[in-house]
Ligand binder design. Structure first.
Ligand code: CP
Ligand code: NVA
Length: 310
């Protein structure tokens, strides 16, 4: 059996595979414009295929986009709350992987610890998809890149400003920056910077990334403005975070500093009045709702890539 194609991090994809996934997402979205949500795509390429999803953390978008995506592709999906499985009673991730990969064609995992997803993948004969960990959120970034390309045609040469926490979603943007040749301007509080090895690794392969603690500098003239919650799932230092992050909030005055037609993105869920104001999230520059819908099209493309259909 050939090695399965796992989707663990954007940094592990070739540029050609990343482009193929994005093109497939755009193509399938266009092909079903106006259709009812659970109607199958004409080719139903995953007819006869099953996806298992394991959640150690909450989810709305990831769960629904993969479930609806599998329906549209003609397959079926099974959702497992990790605590309801034997994982919750101590069965190892490796043994769980060995069993599930005998039963289903692909597995998506949302895990507390990134290493668990890596270990699961190493023991799995079926492709494994990272549905968010403490370290990264690659599925999200496929949808974000699709949303940027819908607005601007191409992300190459564009300036993406990240304001806020140096978190899992930012790490996946960093992984994509060099592959798609966009500039990344990051501003985080000093104590909440992304791990320096992520930045160093991206710069070593030629990524154009600027890191500072100055939100106004990062956003100046940016084409795309991105933020995320100040308190991610698993963070335990909420009080310290709420004190450190207000200078990084994206409100209308902050957006004024970006390019005139700048696109605002947020992976959601948003904490209105904290990292973003209602006026920005609900305003004309917000792409957050397209971005949420694009999770479906992105996930479908990722599944097809993992299963050797691209
Ligand atoms: N953006 C995202 O992954 O949302 P969920 O946590 O709702 O899946
Ligand atoms: N950074 C957030 C993303 C949620 C989709 C978290 O990890 O909670």
């Amino acid at each position: 059996m050939s090695a399965p194609r796992h989707f663990l991090d954007i940094s592990q994809l070739s540029r050609a595979d990343l482009r193929a996934i994005l093109e497939e997402g755009h193509r399938r979205k266009r092909a079903r414009a106006g259709w009812s949500k659970a109607k199958r795509d004409e080719d139903a390429p995953l007819d006869g295929h099953a996806l298992a999803m394991i959640f150690q953390k909450n989810s709305t978008r990831t769960r629904v986009s993969f479930e609806i995506g599998m329906i549209q592709l003609g397959g079926v999906s099974i959702v497992l709350n990790a605590n309801d499985t034997q994982l919750g009673r101590g069965e190892t991730v490796e043994d769980t992987a060995r069993v599930l990969s005998r039963m289903v064609d692909a597995v998506m995992i949302r895990a507390n610890n990134h290493q668990d997803v890596v270990d699961f993948a190493a023991a799995s004969d079926a492709p494994v998809i990272n549905g968010l960990t403490d370290l990264s959120h690659p599925c999200q970034i496929i949808a974000d890149l699709m949303t940027i390309e819908e607005r601007f045609g191409d992300v190459a040469g564009k300036t993406v400003a990240w304001l806020g926490d140096g978190n899992n979603v930012l790490a996946s943007f960093v992984h994509a920056a060099e592959k798609l040749k966009f500039k990344l301007r990051i501003a985080t509080p000093a104590n909440y910077a992304l791990r320096s090895q992520e930045i160093a690794a991206a710069k070593a392969v030629g990524a154009d990334i600027d890191v500072s603690t100055d939100a106004q500098r990062a956003i100046a003239g940016a084409d795309v403005v991105v933020t995320d919650t100040w308190v991610s799932m698993g963070d335990t230092d909420k009080d310290e975070r709420m004190a450190a992050f207000p200078p990084f909030a994206v409100d209308e005055a902050m957006m004024q500093r970006a390019a005139k037609d700048a696109l605002f993105l947020h992976c959601l869920p948003a904490h209105r009045g904290e990292e973003v104001t209602d006026a920005v999230l609900d305003g004309p520059q917000s792409g957050a709702w397209d971005e949420a819908e694009n999770r479906i099209h992105a996930q479908k493309a990722v599944l097809l890539w993992c299963l050797g259909k691209l």
